[in-house]
Design a protein around this ligand. Structure first.
Ligand code: HEM
Length: 406
């Protein structure tokens, strides 16, 4: 342990120092005490077991996310993907660096506009209504299994023009993909091009429609070599793969967190039910308080100085945006959940060039889901006997968030 300006780089748990392991389900159940100690005692943290560094303060995470030329995404943004040296398919913008990222994100941003997302509101309401109506008059429902998962898949499926009868099969391709089975030996998720998707996209190429998938296939853009062209078949597949992957599980977890937090805060729930104009800010506070995607991994190709220490070239650095959102240096009384807080900028959707492309859609879905729940069920409490924590290293939240309605 090398002290520097009162700061230590923590080397191992047996030294009695701070210990953080993203694959440890006990830590994952409530990482905030550990993250607080990291911010205070080891703002540059090193974990020997999985060989990674971590930054946890708001200021550091924000700066590193904006320094895309140093903190690279091109080898993947999950620790286990970078470690396994998994080949990255072209077109997955999450795992690209400029100039390729810039060219690809440009095409996606053109077809994936906030305006288009907001036009989806009535559809999202319909999907939520179909999920929730069967539970009116019953004892309870599951915010994840009965609401979040269906709403997220139906929305992205509708946007992409995937017929409803095929959506479940496509979602099941992603199910369990991010799950960590063995915390000592985490396997990387499959980010390859999937057979069923390839068939679907080829079918769609022959049956164009007015959906986002067709638009993506036809969009012309200037690639990183300056050539104007359309996306290749593999690029389209990687895009669709990313959208279906990035847009489903995260949004379902957001809905689960909203169910838990608002279920636990009866006074705030009553206020929300009485004045639903408070919902957008409540959703923002949920995203700050329990970021569904709280850890972003980056790779560095040259030595980087942080807190008086050198992180050697070739290291993986975890940027803990979930910890940044609870940094007392930025948010007063950060561990208090408060739907009235003026949240301001938080890092729940990341920051900089990789800032979540689906943020407007995710906010819309969170807001509508909560509104539709409160209209039907102004009162609920978490059924803790049947709640189940999800076991992934990246998308943090609940597999089941059942509630009793009364
Ligand atoms: C990127 C979070 C929903 C599509 C990101 C990033 C975060 C994030 C933190 C940045 C990753 C990084 O810096 O490496 C979330 C959360 C969501 C959500 C918490 C729900 C509550 C969605 C939805 C979609 C989506 C609904 C699309 C349908 C994307 C895409 C990127 C991204 C395409 C990559 C952007 C890039 O690399 O330029 N998201 N997301 N996300 N998200 Fe989301």
């Amino acid at each position: 342990v090398r002290p520097s300006e009162g700061v230590t780089v923590s080397l191992a748990s047996h030294l009695g120092d701070v210990y953080y392991d993203p694959y440890d389900f006990q830590i994952d159940a409530d990482p905030y005490p550990v993250w607080r100690r990291m911010r205070d005692e080891a703002p540059l943290y090193y974990n020997e077991k999985h060989d990674f560094y971590a930054l946890s303060r708001f200021e550091d995470v924000e700066r590193a996310l904006s320094e895309w030329g140093t903190f690279l995404s091109g080898r993947g943004t999950l620790l286990e993907i970078i470690k396994a040296n998994v080949p990255i398919p072209p077109g997955n913008i999450l795992f690209e660096d400029p100039p390729v990222h810039h060219a690809h994100r440009g095409v996606m941003a053109r077809v994936f506009t906030p305006k288009k997302m907001n036009a989806l509101e009535s559809k999202v309401r319909e999907f939520c209504g179909r999920s929730l109506d069967p539970f009116v008059g019953t004892a309870g429902f599951d915010f994840i299994g009965d609401l979040g998962t269906h709403m997220a898949m139906r929305t992205i499926g509708y946007l992409l023009g995937i017929p409803e009868e095929d959506q479940e099969a496509i979602r099941s391709l992603f199910d369990d993909n991010l799950r960590i089975e063995d915390p000592d030996n985490p396997r990387p998720p499959d980010i390859g091009i999937d057979g069923a998707f390839v068939d679907y996209i080829e079918w769609r190429a022959e049956h164009p429609s007015d959906d986002l998938m067709t638009e993506l296939m036809n969009a012309e853009f200037e690639d990183d070599t300056g050539t104007v062209r359309t996306l290749t078949r593999d690029e389209v597949i990687a895009y669709i793969n990313l959208l279906a992957g990035a847009g489903n599980e995260t949004t379902a977890r957001l809905v689960g967190w909203a169910g838990k937090l608002i279920g636990e805060h009866a006074d705030q729930r009553r206020e929300l039910a009485a004045d639903r104009s408070l919902i957008p800010n409540a959703v923002e506070e949920v995203l700050r308080y329990e970021a569904p995607s709280p850890v972003q991994a980056r790779y560095i190709e040259r030595d980087v100085e942080q807190h008086g220490q050198t992180i050697p070239a070739g290291s993986v650095v975890l940027l803990l945006n979930g910890s940044a959102n609870r940094d007392e240096r930025r948010f007063p009384d950060p561990d208090r959940f408060d739907i009235h807080r003026s949240v301001g900028r938080h890092l729940g959707f990341g920051y900089g060039i990789h800032h979540c492309l689906g943020a407007a859609l995710a906010r819309l879905e969170g807001r509508v889901a909560l509104d539709e729940v409160l209209q039907r069920f102004p009162d609920w409490e978490v059924d803790w006997d049947n709640a189940v924590q999800a076991r992934t290293s990246t998308v943090r939240g609940w597999e089941k968030m059942p509630v009793r309605i009364g």
